[in-house]
Write a protein that binds this ligand. Structure first.
Ligand SMILES: [Zn+2]
Length: 451
């Protein structure tokens, strides 16, 4: 993985630079025209500049500095006047037609238009102009299409090229190269604010929440200045990040205390996170069966029931959430009940090891495959929030029972999940050392990211 990296970077970066240069060149040309048309004004400014007024002479100096940037312009303009080939990358817009897109891609030859519009093999482009997707085209100076790449989805790309008998198109599988991406972020307001700023994808931020959630409550515990360092898998095609995979390692410093997590993928492909010495980062139960939630009614032995208007114990926790919010199994277990039950409305009951059962009420619907006797694993989506049964608004009613007795799910002591199995311990420690070295590298360098 590591040894590939420098090669791939060198392959991809110049291409990105070339693409960027064409738009940059246009901008430069434009600014050059503006600069020329401003010349008479500058002359006047210079005339005034003779007076010992530092502010005006500063302006003149600035203008000269801009003109020094000319060599770049020369380079760029020679590119557009010689019959060289160049790539243009365009993002499909919501109101794009095939012609408007091709125009922006600088494609002007009739043969290409006809081929792309009518040929069956090219139809993924003509019939599936997906806003937001990018199209790359290589043309010559006369606007003749040489080559075109359109990424149809996560896995495949439409490639158009020509030979002696004209244009042809084929759909190919995207070739990915895997990289490890290292990023660091400082938290000012929220985790997501920090990850956005550092360019860490949401999918990775969500994993971080899951990994550290037994140690840190991301809604209340974060402090300004907390720091995050993370290494994660990403797959690239032609230098563009196409998808992200798993967090490999992460370090979160919260209020002066540092938590580290290292991923281990067992030979069956199961992923779990461990502390540096191999203890599980996970508990055998999730604290909350919802991804993000706010407790709207806590566990209580006596409260006024909002609908029945009588004092009743509330032997669970209510999580306010929009209808349709995904409900996760809080631990590995077996479905012992799925259906409707009085005030609970649609409800799922799970039986877990160590005499624990959990109850999920007021559901709008159940996830596919959730039936009595089905095995579920921790974090698996079992149902969706609703307001069936006795409920004043959409929320999840969640109960945690130990030996048949209700416990407060928010405060009950949750057992840790099993540590790294001893047969994998040596592998884990070796891999951990490698990951830790990567994190150290980023922490020690002045870079916020290494891709
Ligand atoms: Zn409730």
């Amino acid at each position: 993985m590591q040894s590939n990296e420098p090669n791939n970077l060198e392959n991809s970066k110049p291409r990105i630079l070339t693409q960027k240069r064409s738009t940059q060149a246009r901008k430069l040309e434009l600014s050059w025209i503006i600069a020329i048309s401003c010349l008479p004004l500058l002359a006047i400014a210079t005339a005034f500049g003779i007076a010992p007024q530092t502010s005006i002479s500063n302006i003149v100096v600035k203008t000269i500095v801009e003109e020094v940037a000319l060599p770049v312009l020369e380079n760029a303009s020679s590119e557009s006047f010689t019959p060289e080939l160049f790539w243009v990358t365009e993002t499909i817009r919501r109101d794009d037609t095939l012609s408007s897109l091709l125009k922006r891609l600088n494609i002007h030859n009739e043969e290409a238009y006809t081929f792309l519009r009518t040929h069956h093999d090219a139809s993924p482009l003509a019939s599936q102009l997906k806003p937001g997707q990018t199209v790359r085209a290589q043309t010559n100076a006369n606007g003749k299409l040489i080559e075109l790449h359109y990424q149809i989805n996560h896995d495949s790309v439409l490639e158009v090229a020509s030979n002696d008998s004209g244009y042809f198109a084929k759909t190919n599988a995207l070739v990915f190269s895997k990289h490890t991406v290292l990023k660091s972020a400082t938290i000012n307001n929220s985790l997501f604010g920090a990850t956005d700023e550092a360019g860490i994808p949401d999918a990775i931020a969500m994993q971080l929440v899951d990994i550290f959630s037994t140690d840190i409550d991301f809604q209340t515990d974060l402090r300004k200045g907390d720091r995050l360092v993370v290494a994660y898998e990403a797959e690239y095609n032609e230098g563009l990040q196409i998808k992200v995979g798993q967090v490999l390692s992460a370090e979160l410093t919260n209020d002066g205390k540092t938590y580290s997590a290292f991923m281990f993928r067992d030979p069956q492909g199961h992923v779990a996170y461990y502390t540096p010495d191999g203890k599980s980062m996970h508990k055998s139960f999730l604290r909350s069966p919802l991804e993000f939630s706010r407790i709207s009614s806590g566990f209580s032995l006596g409260r006024l029931h909002p609908i029945l208007q009588t004092m009743r114990a509330h032997k669970g926790v209510d999580y306010a959430a929009a209808t349709g919010t995904r409900v996760k199994a809080s631990g590995d277990g077996i479905v012992t009940f799925v259906g409707t039950k009085g005030g609970y409305g649609n409800v799922v009951v799970l039986q877990h090891a160590s005499q624990v059962s959990t109850v999920y009420g007021h559901l709008s619907r159940f996830a596919p495959g959730i039936r009595q006797g089905a095995k579920v694993s921790q974090g698996e989506i079992i149902a969706f929030v609703g307001m069936t049964g006795l409920a004043t608004g959409p929320h999840l009613h969640y109960e945690f029972l130990l030996n048949g007795e209700h416990r407060n799910p928010v405060t009950v002591a949750l057992p840790s999940a099993a540590p790294i199995p001893s047969i994998h311990k040596a592998n884990f420690l070796a891999q951990k050392a490698e990951y830790a070295a990567q994190l150290n590298l980023l922490r020690a360098s002045n870079f916020a990211s290494i891709e």
